[in-house]
Design a protein around this ligand. Sequence first.
Ligand SMILES: NC(=O)c1ccc[n+]([C@@H]2O[C@H](COP(=O)([O-])OP(=O)(O)OC[C@H]3O[C@@H](n4cnc5c(N)ncnc54)[C@H](OP(=O)(O)O)[C@@H]3O)[C@@H](O)[C@H]2O)c1
Length: 335
Amino acid sequence: MTAPKIFKAMVVEETDDGRYVRQISERSIDDLPEGDVLVRVRYSSLNYKDLLSATGNKGVTRRYPHTPGIDSAGVVEASTGGGFSPGDKVIVTSYDLGMNTAGGFGQYIRVPVDWVVPLPDGLTLKDAMGYGTAGFTAGMSIQRLVDHGLSPEGGSILVSGATGGVGCIAVSILAKLGYSVSAVSTKSDAAPFLKDLGAKEVVDAAEAADTSGRPLLKARWAGSGDTVGGDILATTIKSTQVGGAVTSCGNVASPELPINVFPFILRGVALYGIDSQNCPMPARKRVWEKLAGAWKVPLAGEGFKEVGLDGLDDAVEQMKARKHRGRIIVRVSDE
Ligand SMILES: NC(=O)c1ccc[n+]([C@@H]2O[C@H](COP(=O)([O-])OP(=O)(O)OC[C@H]3O[C@@H](n4cnc5c(N)ncnc54)[C@H](OP(=O)(O)O)[C@@H]3O)[C@@H](O)[C@H]2O)c1
């Protein structure tokens, strides 16, 4: 199939009075940046970073008009090399996609070949976006904890922002692997949802955010996957057992980390930063293979909502209002 010249995309524009408006517009293939691989996008997904890009956060997207979408899964339409041929199913996430490069909320993307991952056996294109960057980041975090030596017998793992995209996939995978998972949520009615995913207990966010200023707290967790930062991350580190490990990937609560060095020098706690954007390709493929195989969790049900491009604007508003739960998969094109 030859790519049509014109396709649909969500375009965010900056108005003269400093507002950002989103609409589904027609774009031309010629508008896309130069690149090795032209991909017809079948599915994308909505991540926290897309919310920032779609609402005018210049730390994420410097110039508008812009098409967000840090995630995409689709079919190669044309390629100038790198082992990809028309018809190949691929995943393209992170790097600069959807930040300052037109992203997966458009029916076509054109990207450097180094950004392209072959769709692993065991995943459909839709499955891949059920995970998306959120699921990939959960996978990277769990890989860190496993590589650190944490086994299911070692004690409970705390996951914060648990009803969010990264959090809910992390809860599901850890539970599947046999870990006892404690889930932190700010939502008072989150327990049934999180227990269905496999959480053993749900901890209220207020309880998980100690502000007493004490340098160490009762050791409760063998490890943690933190997605929120701030007091919850600081409390988690202070409550981690000797030799435990904590991963930090997000800052929805705060970028601050009010803590001193005692958890590190008295309990040997390790703090690992998680950066999915610059994850090297061999490690990237390794995580995707795990997500498609031994770590594969159900990617449908209450935690997975599907919208078309026409439903994306509402989904952005839901995420902004913190009303969403789990993952939002975006059906970008039907064929
Ligand atoms: N480093 C990386 O490579 C990487 C990759 C992906 C995502 N991230 C980051 O990870 C974070 C989570 O991403 P996501 O896609 O999972 O976002 P998300 O779907 O919006 O989930 C975030 C969750 O955090 C909780 N939350 C929101 N505001 C909070 C607050 N003020 N205090 C405490 N908890 C709060 C909410 O869960 P509850 O209601 O259950 O508490 C919310 O659902 C974001 O900061 C994102 O930028 C980083």
